[in-house]
Write a protein that binds this ligand. Structure first.
Ligand SMILES: Cc1cc2nc3c(=O)[nH]c(=O)nc-3n(C[C@H](O)[C@H](O)[C@H](O)COP(=O)(O)OP(=O)(O)OC[C@H]3O[C@@H](n4cnc5c(N)ncnc54)[C@H](O)[C@@H]3O)c2cc1C
Length: 422
């Protein structure tokens, strides 16, 4: 319990980030109301359709030195793992420029990796504890995740990245050709090297995990409002309610954790954040014909390949396009094409494929926004986790809960401030 415990806190957004934040804030002694118009962790949420990886080595931002050289290719090659829709380019150009600049040299990348490490270092254990508390320990498998390369030279070309992981103490092991075949005999012979993050894990049903966390919140006295949050109301300079489609929800404090929906709410709380959707896709194959013993990611396809409860999930692709643009399902064909290259004997039942598209809420500098808003000391941000929000949710939750309570934060919150966008 803290000086401010006993407040009524509204958490906006029932994806993995909002749910983890809501539970952590409830644990500190507050009454929590979750505001979410859809099913928590439902198909509308990135938290439903992601690649399921809990990767303790997810320290690297996406923007690395030399990326700018690849941007023209992203515009011209519609079959790669990263694509930009021409017609949406004018609206995305500013973000894209900041994105490229954020990774313009290795000093910046290393500083970012150090900050990101704080969000990852304890996260797998925290997820395991959370799943146990929620009564669903079987949803998390601690069987590691592995990057798969064509050969060791490809791995060595990323030496700087792996060296950083080693320096931070993220355990990984090199997997030679023979061992690779022992682990995954169905893997095509063109892949001859692996790097396995031994402390990694994956979630076999991220949607069910979110639903279990919501149920835990409600069992512990939390409330749920089924509505979209539209703004904030103030009385005597203090937050009095979150405005919603179902009417005002009275509260003393609020946390914006609405994924890609956070940008407009943050604007109303005084922050113009640079947040766009890096749209991603997944396709799930039922009965692929063999087991996958750990999470895999091929160096060419850059997609997570994971055995989920519903089947083999292939999740990846980055498509820069407006949030409202219709899905381009050809991107799931690209995922399937890479899967065929990975597993020549893969069985694909076209009639039973499940295809999904969702929004990674992404800032240009590879860091989420976590902390108090500029416009009100009662409104807090917790969004913008892009490619790694699943793993980073519990640590982000601890940070935002501490800041909300005025407690000493578990790590330096300064790099996550929304004020960094000016
Ligand atoms: C293809 C793909 C693969 C990925 N793979 C991984 C991975 O392997 N590992 C990993 O760590 N991360 C991965 N990610 C990233 C991760 O899924 C996201 O970072 C994370 O799910 C973001 O969670 P969130 O709660 O912020 O947003 P979301 O899950 O999108 O949830 C936001 C919620 O807010 C609600 N909402 C929106 N607006 C409002 C409003 N106005 N009022 C109330 N509610 C609102 C929405 O309905 C939604 O339920 C992947 C993402 C994608 C797309």
């Amino acid at each position: 319990m803290t000086a401010s415990s006993g407040s009524h806190v509204a958490v906006i957004g029932g994806g993995i980030v909002g749910l983890a934040a809501a539970l952590e804030i409830q644990r500190s002694g507050h009454q929590v109301t979750l505001i979410e118009p859809e099913e928590p962790g439902g198909r509308q949420a990135a938290s439903y359709g992601n690649g399921c990886w809990l990767n303790p080595g997810a320290i690297m931002p996406i923007s690395l030195p030399g990326l700018w050289r690849k941007v023209p290719g992203f515009l011209l090659d519609p079959t790669g793992p990263f694509v930009i829709r021409w017609r949406d380019l004018p609206g995305l150009a500013g973000w894209l420029l900041d994105f490229v600049l954020a990774g313009r040299n290795w000093d910046l990348v290393e500083a970012c990796a150090r900050t990101r490490f704080e969000l990852c270092r304890t996260a797998v254990d925290e997820h395991v504890a959370l799943a146990e508390e929620a009564g669903v320990p079987e949803l998390i498998r601690r069987e590691g995740v592995m990057y798969v390369y064509l050969d060791r030279s490809e791995f060595l070309a990323e030496e700087r990245v792996w060296r950083m992981r080693r320096e931070f103490g993220v355990p990984f092991s090199e997997v030679g050709d023979e061992e690779l075949r022992r682990i995954q005999p169905e893997l095509a012979p063109r892949y001859r090297f692996g790097a396995r993050l031994d402390g990694g894990a994956y979630v076999v049903d991220p949607g069910a995990y979110c639903r279990a966390l919501e149920q835990l919140l409600l069992r512990r006295g939390g409330k749920r409002i089924v509505a979209r949050a539209t703004g904030f109301e103030f009385a005597a300079g203090q937050l009095s309610a979150v405005r919603s489609q179902a009417g005002p929800v009275s509260c003393d404090k609020a946390v914006i954790a609405a994924g890609i929906g956070s940008r407009e709410l943050a604007r109303q709380a005084g922050d113009r954040v640079k947040l766009i959707s890096e749209r991603g896709y997944h396709v799930v194959l039922q009965e692929p014909g063999f087991d996958i013993p750990c999470g895999l990611m091929p160096s060419d396809g850059l997609m997570a390949v994971v055995a989920t409860r519903e089947g083999l999930r292939l999740a990846g692709q980055v498509e820069l396009a407006s949030v409202s643009a219709a899905p381009d399902w050809r991107r799931t064909e690209i995922l399937l094409g890479f899967a065929r290259k990975m597993f020549p004997q893969l069985k694909i039942d076209e009639a039973r494929l499940d295809r999904w598209m969702g929004h990674r809420p992404s800032t240009p500098d590879g860091l989420p926004c976590i902390g108090v808003s500029t416009g009100s000391r009662d409104i807090f941000h917790c969004f913008g986790h892009a490619h790694t929000g699943l793993i980073q949710a519990p640590t982000s939750a601890r940070l935002v809960a501490a800041l909300l309570d005025g407690r000493a934060p578990p790590f330096d919150p300064a790099p996550f401030s929304a004020g960094r966008f000016g």
